[in-house]
Design a protein around this ligand. Structure first.
Ligand code: FEO
Length: 392
């Protein structure tokens, strides 16, 4: 695929990586990805972000098909992660006079990535730079998803370049959102994995761009968004907004139950935790998608985990929930564990150990019941829940 005109004098000069299946090793990319870069052919030609180093040759050829690389005056680095900055050194070798525009943090990161001299200018939040016949405005957006990140807004064409923001790992060479296949689940998947840990920061930056007249969002991965722009922005806003009653403490209870006994415990624990100032949400871990639980966990003041013990371990669905917590802001969040067992009952302790490792605050000892809970056991479960609620 060659270059693609996004608007007059603005070209996509990115590359396709259709065969990628795991991004950064851990994030599934079931339809591959694209590394999007954009060339603005203004009076002062400007490049917005670059691509992965692996595709540097193809990238330079695309640029050469549109411009003499030496004529590029500015290179905007919205974010320095190597899938965007990997090819930057190759552009600078051909044009050492191009000036890099970035945040201060990005400039520092680049220094340690490029190991070469470069002409840089750091831009402040809200600062504008004239390209002659067009103007760029920079909006700092730290932790979208690195601390270095900013958005660039091209005022005349009303295009927002948010780098990883509003991006999708989705490779379809038709590129525009109204031409490609349905990428809705992948857009959400990307948000949850990449942006999910920084929900508060997402809301902060959305507040900054809400006054902009955006007609097109040109992210650095996947489809270019030009249909109902605010649908995408509002989706980010919705997914980032805490799901809780602001006047109550939220407790989320996850359980996995082989024969319904841990489920009975979970229901009794949830009932006991439902005191005047708490809201309790109970989830069967086997029936929910872990990645959609991030916002619930992050919104919660306390999290309880219940699991039966099988072969000396907790059940897989509970581990799947716990496994996504490394990418959620959970440090210091209160938690405790419970569950039924037949003869050994390691599940509660193993869950507790992992939660401690994730820096959660275990506020009370595990509560275990052998085989099926009696009425007396269920009363104790309710007290366990009540004590937990009181600790918040
Ligand atoms: Fe697409 Fe954070 O890099």
């Amino acid at each position: 695929m060659q270059t693609l005109e996004v608007k007059k004098d603005i070209h996509w000069v990115g590359v396709l990586n259709a065969t990628l299946r795991a991004f950064d090793v851990v994030f599934e990319a079931r339809f591959g990805t694209t590394y999007n870069s954009y060339l603005i052919q203004a009076d002062k030609p400007t490049l917005i972000d670059c691509v992965h180093e692996k595709f540097a040759g193809e990238f330079l050829d695309k640029l050469r098909s549109l411009i003499n690389i030496k004529d590029i005056q500015y290179i905007v680095v919205n974010h320095t992660e190597m899938d965007h900055s990997g090819a930057l050194g190759y552009v600078l070798k051909e044009n050492p006079n191009a000036q890099i525009l970035s945040t201060k943090t990005a400039a520092l990161f680049l220094k340690n990535m490029l190991h070469m001299d470069f002409k840089g200018k750091t831009v402040e939040d809200g600062e504008c730079i004239s390209l002659g016949n067009k103007q760029l405005k920079f909006i700092h957006a730290p932790y979208w998803h690195w601390p270095d990140t900013m958005f660039t807004y091209l005022e005349e064409d009303r295009i927002l370049f948010p780098c990883d923001g509003f991006a999708t790992h989705f490779c379809d060479e038709r590129l525009f959102d109204d031409r490609v296949d349905d990428f809705t689940p992948d857009f959400r998947h990307y948000y949850e994995h990449v942006m999910g840990p920084y929900r508060k920061k997402i809301l902060d930056a959305i507040e900054k761009i809400k006054g902009l007249n955006i007609q097109l969002i040109a992210p650095s991965h996947g489809p270019i968004l030009r249909t109902d722009i605010w649908k995408y922005i509002n989706a980010y806003k919705d997914w980032s907004t805490p799901r809780k009653d602001p006047n109550k403490r939220l407790i989320v209870v996850f359980y996995a139950s082989m024969y319904g006994n841990t489920k009975k415990m979970a229901e009794a624990v949830a009932k006991g935790a439902s005191i005047m100032n708490t809201e309790v949400k109970l989830f069967d871990a086997a029936s929910v998608s872990p990645e959609f639980m991030r916002c619930e966990i992050e919104s919660a003041d306390g999290v309880l985990f219940g699991s039966s013990t099988i072969n000396g371990d907790a059940l897989r669905p509970v581990w799947d929930i716990i496994d996504i917590m490394f990418s959620v802001n959970i440090k210091g969040k209160k938690c405790a564990t419970f569950g039924t067992y037949g003869w050994s009952g390691e599940a509660t302790r193993l869950m507790e150990d992992r939660l401690k490792g994730l820096k959660l605050n275990v506020v009370q000892p595990p509560f275990k019941v052998i085989f099926s809970p009696t009425e007396e056991d269920l009363k104790k479960c309710a007290i366990f829940g009540y004590d937990f609620a009181k600790s918040l």
